[in-house]
Design a protein around this ligand. Structure first.
Ligand SMILES: NC(=O)c1ccc[n+]([C@@H]2O[C@H](COP(=O)([O-])OP(=O)(O)OC[C@H]3O[C@@H](n4cnc5c(N)ncnc54)[C@H](O)[C@@H]3O)[C@@H](O)[C@H]2O)c1
Ligand SMILES: N[C@@H](CCO)C(=O)O
Ligand code: NA
Length: 815
């Protein structure tokens, strides 16, 4: 036999009642008649509570009664054939008249006892169960309405009565034996005391009814039909990626329910737990879904934890002082006191030095708890053996739960790594020795970030989400967006990485969307919905959004974003940048940024600072980390100048080749940065620093390829005019080289801690002779690559290869 319990939302509307009957039908086809337990129609219990208190306060309750009638009558009209309607109306009318009389009595007396309130609430379940039984009777002649007051016996603790389990079981068994072959529709939540007065079972009451009947009948399962897909890994309103768990043990379900998950109320599980009857959580609105089975063991699963639960508002009380050290009985007194005063202690931690005890309570209890402690420990306080108890508010508890964590090392490591990497400070920690649960206390504003980060850390085989804030939407930025969009599905399917661009800014506008900006139409969105750009505001907003796995990408050539790098790292946000200015300014700044990133455990990736997407920064880092020593670096690292010299032949003028390079996206936004050698200087400086030399920009010996007039030009346009005027100068250079069968190459060198860059003419014997397009080349001569250097060569400029390099850095964040 199965017990099917339907909550208020499941019978809240005509459509949902239809689904309920289909579910009953299926279950009926499956085997014997199920027992159906019903709550009041959605919202009716609240309505009745309101009516009762209105009546007690002498307020008019007629309108509410009419609403109660209308809700039930409208179901009758829609779901019962006309010929069956009258007797049902009559019976409902009788209930409603009784209810009205009761309310009138309360109104007259201006008094509402718990006993009368239970009686009033009982009409919710009685009307719903009766009504649904009558609708069912049209298809199932064996349907029978049952008022559970006939067989569930409780004490007289009105409002939340205790069930007399043995007696109730006997009565239930007797009732079932005398009603064979019936399909029972039973009222949930309500019962009766020994005098036959109506009582209610408190929170989770209808689930409890189902569990009691299930236990009495040794049911094969108790199905709790609700409006969610079962127990989820986390609160889906906060963690979008939360998913339904197929199997949980009773203990796990209790731990998860204790902190937050409102799907079931743990005490209702006890009768089922004792008889090892599985409880299945199912969704009335998605009946095809299997839901969650709560059973004796947690099932076979590879998941290290089952879920993450939380309480968003909690207060912590901290007690410290020498008075507790080595004093047996101190914590006994403390917690006995709190228990006696009905203060629920959510979590306790004590350090092994025994110098302090920290415990968490609900905020409403905090001040009272502090006063109680002050009274109880007055002597200790006076003698300074105990310091004033301190209350801290605005905190949350987050707990990871699962039986698999038992005896599995590394679980807490993973938890704290995820928290630490995201800059979440842990205020207190508790782990029960049962090892089902590790709880941490954190600041309330961090809760959402913590839940998401920890969810990703434990369920990462399902994917990790990188939240990207990008400044700069020019050549590189816009190409990167296109690449991310093209690659989105692949990354998700094959690497379980999801990239959400949640903030975009250029120098005119900025736009945010924590769900991710549609990269197919970012331009239009930014144009239409963007706010006025403001870099301070952009960074502030990024921090305020407080998203997990957050990455700031700098795709500008501006010095302004760099001023924020340090505070961005301090906010535990990683940075990926193709902007070379940060690493090629003062050495102290380079050092500070690297150290800050390291101290905060976040990534600072800038592969595209040298040779665009070519692996150069990475190669140098690996050489250094593995203990190699750089003897010499020789390189051509200006894609623009490479392109120019490779295409400055025949009749074409130097001026036109430069223009071409700019059109092809090789140059810096201001091409003089390339031609003056500034861009190359920056790259050599970055390499030298990464190789261990603390050089300043002025330490680089920079030979120019431009005549002074071009360098001094006031604007880009004027620069191009000067360039045209300098045609002869460049033609002379070209023919001089050609005469010696040589080519022009702008070559950088690092040797003995010295960096120089100079224009050279090289012949075919030189390894840099044969280059084409915008190719870069770099050769590392090291202790290990001494005879033949390690060489990296390929296109070192252009939007595609650069954006691809930024993209690669991005996906490596947190790897
Ligand atoms: N082109 C290449 O091959 C290559 C290779 C490696 C690195 N890079 C680097 O890529 C970066 C971008 O180059 P690009 O060609 O895309 O430049 P671009 O001029 O096309 O785009 C620059 C973008 O930055 C934005 N911007 C400038 N200042 C800003 C500010 N203060 N706040 C917000 N946004 C701001 C602009 O609005 C624009 O959207 C440069 O740092 C360059 O050195 C380029
Ligand atoms: N402007 C740069 C882009 C690559 O950093 C170049 O020409 O090399
Ligand atoms: Na590179």
């Amino acid at each position: 036999m199965r017990i099917l319990k339907f909550g208020g939302t499941s019978i809240g509307s005509v459509d949902s009642i239809r689904s309920v009957l289909e579910i009953v039908q299926k279950s009926h086809e499956y085997g014997e008649n199920p027992v159906v337990v019903l709550s009041a129609m959605g919202g009716v219990t609240n309505l009745l509570t309101q009516l009762a208190s209105d009546a007690a306060e002498g307020k008019n309750f007629t309108e509410g009664l009419q609403e109660m009638e209308a809700r039930h009558f409208s179901v009758v009209k829609q779901l019962l054939a006309v010929k069956y309607q009258n007797p049902v109306f009559t019976r409902l009318k009788i209930y409603l008249n009784e209810l009205e009389d009761l309310l009138q009595g309360i109104f007259n007396l201006r008094e509402l006892s718990l006993q009368s309130k239970d009686l009033i609430l009982s009409y919710g379940e009685r009307c719903s169960a009766f009504l649904v039984s009558k609708i069912a009777e049209q298809h199932f002649p064996q349907a029978l309405f049952v008022d559970a007051i006939q067989f569930i016996r409780t004490d007289s603790h009105f409002g939340s009565a205790h069930v007399n389990q043995p007696l109730s079981e006997q009565l239930i068994q007797a009732f079932m034996a005398s009603n064979p072959g019936k399909l029972l529709f039973v009222t949930g939540f309500i019962a009766a005391n020994e005098q036959g007065r109506i009582t209610t079972l408190g929170r989770g009451g209808s689930d409890y009814t189902a569990a009691i009947i299930g236990a009495a009948m040794g049911a094969e399962a108790i199905e709790i039909w609700t409006d969610v897909d079962g127990m989820l890994t986390a609160d889906p309103r906060i963690v979008r990626k939360a998913f339904s768990l197929p199997v949980l043990s009773y203990t796990e379900a209790m731990e998860l329910s204790y902190f937050g998950a409102k799907v079931i109320y743990p005490p209702t599980m006890i009768p089922a737990f004792l008889k090892k009857i599985p409880i299945v959580i199912r969704n009335t609105f998605n009946p095809a879904f299997a839901g969650t089975i709560i059973q004796h063991d947690g099932g076979k699963t590879t998941l290290p934890i089952k879920g993450i639960s939380s309480i968003s508002d909690i207060s912590v009380i901290n007690l410290s002082g020498s008075g507790m050290v080595g004093k047996a009985g101190f914590s006994g007194r403390l917690f006995t006191l709190l228990a006696r005063e009905q203060i629920n202690v959510v979590l306790i931690t004590q350090s092994s030095s025994e110098h302090s005890i920290t415990f968490a309570v609900h905020p409403a209890d905090a001040v009272r708890a502090k006063r109680l402690i002050e009274n109880e420990f007055e002597l200790e306080l006076q003698a300074n053996k105990l310091l004033e108890p301190e209350i801290e508010n605005h905190l949350s508890v987050m707990a990871i739960v699962g039986e698999n964590m038992k005896k599995t090392p590394g679980i807490s490591g993973r938890l704290f790594h995820a928290l630490g990497r995201n800059g979440i400070n842990v205020r207190a920690i508790a782990q029960g020795s049962s090892e089902y649960n590790i709880s941490v206390i954190i600041a309330k504003p961090d809760l959402s970030k913590a839940l998401n980060a920890v969810h990703d850390a434990f369920f990462a085989q399902l994917n990790k989400t990188l939240h990207v804030f990008n400044v700069g939407t020019g050549n590189i930025g816009s190409t990167l967006f296109r690449q991310i969009q093209d690659q989105y599905g692949f990354l998700l399917d094959h690497n379980d990485i999801e990239i959400k661009v949640v903030g975009i800014s250029n120098s005119r506008k900025m736009l945010f969307n924590s769900e991710g900006i549609d990269l197919g139409s970012w331009k239009e969105h930014l144009q239409q919905d963007g706010e006025q750009a403001d870099l301070d505001g952009f960074v502030d907003r990024m921090r305020a959004m407080n998203l997990p796995n957050c990455v700031f990408i700098d795709n500008t050539a501006s010095e302004y974003p760099i001023m924020h790098y340090e505070e961005i790292f301090r906010s535990n946000i990683s940075i990926v940048t193709c902007n070379k200015i940060a690493n090629s300014g003062r050495y102290s700044q380079y050092r500070l940024l690297k150290d800050t990133a390291r101290r905060h455990g976040v990534d600072f990736f800038y592969e595209t600072n040298v040779g665009a997407g070519l692996p150069i920064v990475r190669v140098l880092r690996d050489l250094m980390l593995s203990g190699d020593r750089i003897i010499r670096i020789e390189a051509i690292l200006s894609g623009t100048i490479s392109y120019i010299f490779n295409n400055f032949n025949g009749d074409v003028s130097f001026h036109d080749v430069v223009k071409n390079a700019q059109e092809l996206g090789y140059t810096e936004p201001d091409p003089r940065d390339d031609l003056k050698g500034t861009d190359f200087m920056r790259k050599m400086l970055i390499l030298a620093r990464d190789a261990g030399y603390s050089l300043e920009p002025e330490d680089v010996q920079l030979g120019s390829i431009l005549p002074d007039a071009c360098i001094q030009a006031a604007s880009v346009d004027e620069f191009y005019r000067e360039l045209k005027a300098a045609d002869d100068y460049f033609n002379d250079l070209k023919s001089e080289a050609a005469q010696g069968n040589k080519v022009l190459r702008y070559i950088g060198k690092l040797e003995n801690g010295q960096v120089s860059i100079a224009l050279e003419m090289v012949d075919h014997a030189h390894p840099f002779f044969a280059l084409s397009g915008s190719d870069n080349i770099i050769s590392f001569t090291t202790e290990r690559y001494k005879e033949r250097p390690l060489v990296v060569k390929g296109p070192g400029a252009g939007a595609e290869v650069t954006a691809a390099g930024v993209f690669a850095d991005l996906v490596n964040v947190g790897a």
